[in-house]
Structure formats: C-alpha cells, structure tokens
Write a protein that binds this ligand. Structure first.
Ligand code: HEM
Ligand SMILES: *[C@@H]1O[C@H](CO)[C@@H](O)[C@H](O)[C@H]1NC(C)=O
Length: 423
C-alpha cells in the first residue's frame, strides 16, 4: 500500500508539474472497439471501492463485453448493448466455460452504474461505468494495486439487441473475436473518485504519460494478447493429448515392463509417449499465452514441473538398463527411475484434473476423467503386484527373502537375451 501511495504521489507531482492528471488506461482490441479503465487512488490504497471503465464501439456490433479474469470460466463479465432508446444497457454476468454468460442477479453481482456520457451518438455506443465492488466476485478477485491484472474482452457484430433487459440472450462471438490483456493498474490511477470519462482526454493530451490514448497496442501499462483464431483447437488438442499421455499411455507403458518383461517394448512405448508429452506441453504453453495465464495457475506451474522431471526419465531408464545388464540387479538409479516415474504419473493425472477444472469443464467430464485414470492406474498397480508375487512363487522365494539387502536380483531377465520373460 505504501508503495502504491508513494508511486502515485510521485506521479501526481510529475503530472501536476505539467498540469495533467493521471489518466485512465486505454486499449483498443480492434481498430474501433476500445476500453478504458481507471482506479481512484482512494480505491487503490484500500483495495476496495469504485473503479471506472468505459466500453466504446460502433453500433455495427450487437454486443461488446469486458471482463475481469483470464478466460471465460470464472470471469466477471460486463456486457454492453443498445437499449433501444438511444442509450446502452450494461449487464453484469458470470462466465462459465464456453457458454453464454448468464446475468448475475445474486447479491454478490458486480454493482454497475451507468454514468453520464453513456449513450449512442454518431453510430458509436459508449458505456461509462462505475463498479462499486469489482475487486472480488463469485469466482475470483483482483488487486486494485496489481501491476499485472488480467482482463478479457469479446464482441459480436450484428444488429441491435434494443433491450433494457440485462438478461437478454447474446449470441456467441467468432473464433477470433475475443482477446485478453494484462493491466498495470498502478498506471491507471485517477485522483478523484468520480467519472473520469467526461473530460475527454483520449485525444492524447497526456503528453506521453502511461495512457494508451486509443493506440491498438495499448499504453505502457497494458499488454494485449490478440484473439488467436486457433485458440480453442489448440486448447482442445492440449487437453486430449495431455490426458492420453498422463492417464493412459504412461501407465500402460509402465505396465508393459512387468507384464512382458521386454525392456525395449517398454522403452519404445515410453519414448513415443514422451514425445507426445512435449507436444502437449507446447500446446499448453500456447494456450496459457492466449489466456495471459502463463505460469500463474497451479495447473500451469505443476504441469511444467512434472514435464521437466519427466525430461530426465529416459536417461535414468537407460542408465538403469545398462547397469542391470552388467550387474543383474537394480541400483539406486533404478529405484529413482521407477519411483520418480510413479510419482510423476500420479502428479500428471492430478494435474490433468486441475486443467479440466481450470477451463471450467463440466463436472461429469472431470469425474469421467478421474474414473478412467484411476482404473488404468489400478491396473498398473495390480499387474505389478501380481507379476512380482507370481515370479517370487515361481522361484520358490518368499517375499521376505527377496527384500533381503544384497539380494536385489529381480526375476525377469532384462539382459543377455534382450528381453527374456519372467521366469
Ligand atoms: C453466447 C455467449 C458466448 C458463447 C457461446 C461463447 C463461447 C466461447 C467459445 C466456444 C470459446 C472458445 C472458442 C473460440 O475461441 O472461439 C470462447 C472463448 C472466449 N470467450 Fe466466449 N462465448 C460467449 C460470450 C463471451 C463473452 C460475453 C465474453 C466477454 C468477455 C467472452 C470472452 C471469451 C474469451 C476471452 C475467450 C478466450 C478464452 C477462453 O477460452 O475462455 N465470451 N467463448
Ligand atoms: C444514459 O443513461 C445514463 C444513466 O442513466 C445517463 O447518465 C446518460 O445521460 C444517458 N445517456 C443518454 C444519451 O441519454
């Protein structure tokens, strides 16, 4: 808080000298759809209270929306459309995955007030809005002092909805008619808690201050992620390949080792799975970039850690194999390979579930994923248990004997004949 206060003091001093106030931050998502956001210093310092934003777009759009969050799921969304009487309607909605956000009529809904200067004039719709409680909503929150706060935007061209009904049905935007941006809200502060959009400053009067003044790239404090027309396909591919790798292919590949006892089948299978895993990772990084959420969520962080550790598994497996061929027994590396693999598989499966939750997938799908992953992992565990017990019986050994240190020989032959079976 102190820092923000200090910063804005410096800012006021500097700007005061040139007789210009700090301005709202502006960004244009397209040539003519522009958004501005302003945070009064009083709200910033208490991290609650009014914030102001503006939506501006031609009447050729059926609706134009802004929202707080990184993606539709979990976002607080503000949709603007014509009210049919020369003004606009601003509708607070909650984002749920990839479906129409519904009007939020609950007590925690964003308290939006349409301000002076709003209306339809010269073919342009303008909504000047005050939000009394936008710092938190049902599904998320944001710091009014945040230096990288994610927002989303979307729009749909078409005819006027001409309604004052905040629950009006809106139709889906096109594949690239959405974007996201991160705003340094400390560069969007205004000194007074009042409508900042009446004194038109978006003509560039700020003289090089932080405000973007309608440039498509936004101001210094805003980074725009352009709508990627393939975003949905990339995310879907990431999800399908990732789930297949973690919940099906890795466990099956691990199962092949005790089941067939052929190291090269296991090795080849896992190497292919390994390649697919990196493909899923690349697609995931792109998806996170499209949503301005790279390494900001548990799913993206845990995923990166798991994939990085998986990165050393082929080498560990190979070292184990070479060593086994020579000594006919498992060494430290073998156990690291085996146990790291098991732990990573479990973490990977859990991370897949987190990913499904992150994008707001339906509960049934999350459960189905959990069940399939659980059953396959159980098969792996059971196959492991039975082959070990079976092999021990065949060798007339007791479980205890096998655990005696120094007698680390395993009953399958990994060596000379390149893939003998269990004895
Ligand atoms: C009828 C209403 C809506 C439907 C059916 C819908 C559906 C979808 C679908 C299917 C996608 C993924 C595919 C693609 O990229 O085209 C998507 C992405 C997106 N939509 Fe919507 N949408 C609606 C309204 C909105 C609104 C009002 C916003 C306001 C900000 C919005 C913001 C976004 C954003 C930022 C993305 C990309 C990030 C993400 O995947 O969540 N959408 N939407
Ligand atoms: C639109 O509504 C707002 C809020 O009631 C008002 O302040 C503004 O003057 C209206 N605009 C027009 C063009 O009537």
């Amino acid at each position: 808080m102190k820092r923000v206060g200090g910063k804005s003091l410096v800012a006021s001093a500097l700007l005061g000298a040139s007789l210009v106030q700090a301005d709202p931050q502006s960004i244009c998502a397209t040539e003519n759809i522009c958004y501005s956001i302003a945070v009064p210093t009083s709200s910033a310092s208490s991290n609650s209270g009014n914030i102001y934003f503006q939506l501006k777009a031609p009447t050729s759009y059926s609706w134009v929306a802004l929202g707080t969050g990184s993606q539709m799921a979990g976002a607080s969304i503000f949709v603007m459309y014509q009210d049919g009487n020369g003004n606009v309607t601003i509708s607070p909605r909650l984002g749920t995955a990839h479906s129409q956000p519904q009007w939020d009529q609950s007590s925690t809904a964003a308290q939006l007030t349409l301000l002076a200067g709003s209306g339809v004039a010269g073919g342009i719709m303008t909504a000047n809005v005050a939000c009394a409680n936008c710092e938190s909503w049902n599904g998320g929150d944001m710091s009014l002092q945040g230096t990288s706060v994610p927002w989303i935007a979307a729009w749909r061209s078409g005819s006027s909805l001409a309604t004052t009904n905040k629950g009006a049905t809106i139709s889906q935007h096109g594949g690239s008619d959405h974007t996201g941006f991160n705003i340094d809200l400390t560069t969007a502060t205004i000194s007074s808690d009042s409508n900042p959009f009446l004194t038109s400053r978006d003509t560039g009067g700020g003289g090089g201050s932080g405000s973007g003044s309608g440039s498509p790239a936004g101001g210094n404090g805003i980074t725009l992620a352009r709508g990627n027309p393939n975003a949905a396909a990339i995310l879907a591919a990431h999800g399908v390949i990732g789930a297949l790798v973690m919940a099906v292919l890795y466990p099956l590949g691990s199962l092949l080792m005790p089941l067939l006892g052929r190291w090269y089948v296991h090795g080849a299978w896992q190497v292919i799975t390994f390649a697919l895993m990196w493909a899923a990772f690349g697609l995931g990084v792109q998806s996170a970039k499209d949503r301005n959420m790279l390494f900001t969520q548990t799913h993206t962080i845990l995923g990166t850690v798991v994939v990085a550790f998986f990165g050393i598994q082929p080498a560990l497996g190979y070292i184990h194999h070479r060593q086994y061929v020579q000594t006919q027994s498992r060494g430290a590396v073998s156990y690291v390979h085996i146990w790291l693999g098991r732990i990573l598989m479990l973490l990977g499966i859990i991370n897949g579930g987190l990913g499904l939750r992150l994008v707001g997938e339906r509960q049934e799908l999350v459960i189905a994923y959990g069940v399939v992953a659980g059953v396959i992992f159980l098969c792996y565990v059971l196959a492991k248990v039975f082959t070990v017990i079976g092999a021990q019986k065949a060798q007339g050994r007791s479980y205890k004997e096998d655990r005696v240190p120094g007698n680390m020989r395993r009953p399958y032959q990994e060596s000379r004949r390149h893939g003998g079976r269990y004895a």
